[in-house]
Design a protein around this ligand. Sequence first.
Ligand code: HGY
Ligand code: MN
Ligand code: MN
Length: 423
Amino acid sequence: MDSFPLLAKGNKAVNQDRLWDDLMALGNITEPGMPYTRRSFSEMFLKGRDYLRHAFEKAGMTTNVDENGNLIGRLEGTDPDAGVLMIGSHSDTVPSGGRFDGVAGVVAGLEVVRALYDAGVTPRHTIEIVDCLAEEMSEFGLSCVGSRGMTGHLQPAMLDYTGPKDESLRSAITRMGGDPDVISQETRDDIKGYLELHIEQGRVLESEELDVGIVTTIVGITRIEIIVTGLPDHAGTTPMHLRKDALSGAIEVVAGIRDKAKELSDAGEGYFVATTGEFYLEPNAANVVPSQVKLVIDTRAQTRELMETFLTFVREEMPALAMAQGVEVSETKILSDSLHTECDEGLGNLLLEAANELGLTSKKMTSGAGHDAVFFSRIAPTAMVFVPCRGGRSHCPEEWSEPAQLAAGTALLFETLRKMDAR
Ligand code: HGY
Ligand code: MN
Ligand code: MN
């Protein structure tokens, strides 16, 4: 049985209800009392993994966890020499996140495999569906842990990053079923293409009433840890002119970063944003002059030039903002620094061709969010499909995408995979 009549806005094989039921079931696997939270390396994350592993196996795939901690479902193709076509994303969430970021892409991949079976299609390539470990910024100061590992970008020094209870990333990956001792800087060479479906996490598709987005560029992400150090003192007996208040310096640093980001964003040289998303105050007591503040800045740039301009500001101008308050920037550390990524143009055109055949409206666009696809793009032709999400909201419980929108995006994955398999 080969190709089959494609229904407008979808196709017969992709089952919208099956897809939706898995997503809602996974949404119920969350930390008690918290909306939609399955933090990487947590027991709740492993519960979500168990659900996925069972569903992968029920769909006829074999499963394993690779040395990087990625859960992989595998459907052997008819030609063992054809290599692997991979569909991936992530099932971990931010704290109090949503039901769609990442996991929609993993479940869409699962649904593609079930749809292949329902359509009686046995692919020539082996198909792998991957739940990449720790795509979100983890407590170990690193994101995209599993996809970095699979693509030779998880540097040995990163395995010594520490997280809660001073656990090393090495130990945490082992807890997730990985084997850090065999993580190599070699990359897999059998992956012939990587596709990822993801909610847009923006409002372009919704505002332009488009069915899907075809991602051309994924911004570069650089995360920086800054420590501002002052002197702890009695809040009541230390006169204002004698205190070294770390927080007074830190707020000037945060404001300076915000203003520089607005300047770069308004310059029209490309997409640029910066966020002070983590902020730790010590000793954090009302009657003690703050002794130290640790900030983590998340910056995104469409071009390396924009990122370098910002990093020059951080190096050369930012420390003076704290010093003007009588305190010092005692440490500035680049936690991670990934270049922007151009997706594969050929695959993007295949997506566009399939979208047109499915009667889906689409546009090519930049992603302001980071994705596992960034790392796969370095070792294989890689493309991403965006589906709309309501109000562009994401990383919050209000995150929402309609069943039909997800099914349409999944149908596009299905058709594009068919085309890749036939090449
Ligand atoms: O932060 C991001 O860009 C992605 O959602 N992890
Ligand atoms: Mn996210
Ligand atoms: Mn994501």
